[in-house]
Design a protein around this ligand. Structure first.
Ligand code: BG6
Length: 293
């Protein structure tokens, strides 16, 4: 795909909020992808409109993570395991990706972005890697994040495709697909809880890391749609809504915005981090689509 580019109807290189970005269009769908963080910030289909959420208070600046869309958490998730001063969720979401090219495959446009280890990333993550992000836009959105170990020694990493879904009101939606899965609850600090047989509903701050490879379906009667977050090669699913108090503590998150979003994240996080031997690679993928209710 290197140096190729689907024609301007399908791929446009633009500037948005002062940052370099791509506008991808195919099958009546459209996505916005920032090179900053390789971050998908919008995906709309002709039938369902916008499926993702971005805060009105999001900050678009080098060194800052954009609040919304699909930030890439890599090479660790949450706080760093041993170095509390290292950036939360790793450095990928604040790194500049390179646009490698795009092509039309049937009714889908596929853009490829890349990120490699550098002298700047070494103090945080002393390993040699080449990462490729493939964003496919068509009737559904597919985001595939591949990491290759290009060095001479093994390493481990965590990854999350931290998808912010737009919902009518998180208190009115339910999420199914996690029934029976065990999870760590970051709000109550309990480990190994088990999700019951009913779909998950939201009645307060929610921050859970599920052991689950299943797709999650968010049923949203207010929007008359189901949003489906499917995935491959992902053994963890993170579900997050900050609710009132945490939203107030975040400078880039409006105090009243929390009802309109829900994060459902395809991830591989501890104890399901990825181990890569030299020259091996792994791809974590999420596929976001919608159905009419
Ligand atoms: C979620 C985590 O995935 O991301 C939460 O589980 C965290 O604990 C949230 O608060 C947002 O993180 P950040 O670094 O973007 O504020």
């Amino acid at each position: 795909m290197q140096n190729s580019q689907a024609d301007a109807r399908h791929t446009e290189q633009i500037e948005a909020h002062g940052l370099k970005a791509l506008r991808l269009r195919a099958s009546g769908s459209e996505a916005l992808v920032y090179l900053h963080g390789g971050q998908v910030a919008s995906f709309r289909t002709a039938e369902h409109g916008e499926l993702l959420w971005v805060s009105e208070r999001a900050v678009y600046a080098p060194g800052k993570a954009i609040r919304g869309g699909i930030p890439l958490c890599f090479p660790w998730f949450g706080a760093h395991g041993t170095e509390p001063a290292f950036p939360a969720h790793g450095f990928a979401r604040t790194s500049e990706f390179r646009f490698e090219g795009s092509e039309l495959r049937g009714n889908v446009v596929v853009a490829e972005l890349s990120l490699e280890s550098t002298r700047e990333t070494a103090p945080w993550f002393p390993h040699t890697f080449a990462a490729r992000l493939r964003v496919s836009v068509g009737p559904e959105l597919c985001v595939a994040f591949e990491v290759e170990n290009t060095g001479a020694t093994d390493f481990d990493y965590e990854v999350a495709l931290h998808t912010y879904l737009g919902v009518s009101d998180v208190r009115q939606v339910s999420a199914s697909g996690l029934e029976g899965a065990s999870y760590d609850d970051k709000v109550s600090a309990e480990h190994g809880s088990v999700q019951g047989a009913e779909p998950l509903v939201f009645i307060g701050e929610t921050d859970r890391v599920y052991d689950s490879s299943s797709r999650v379906v968010v049923t949203d009667p207010g929007r008359r749609r189901r949003t489906v977050v499917d995935k491959t090669s992902s053994r963890s699913t993170v579900v997050w809504n900050p609710w009132t108090a945490k939203a107030q503590r975040m400078a880039d998150f409006g105090d009243e915005e929390w009802p309109s979003m829900l994060c459902v994240e395809a991830a591989n996080v501890s104890p399901h981090g990825i181990h890569l031997t030299p020259q091996s690679r792994h791809t974590t993928t999420t596929i976001v689509s919608a159905e009419t209710l």
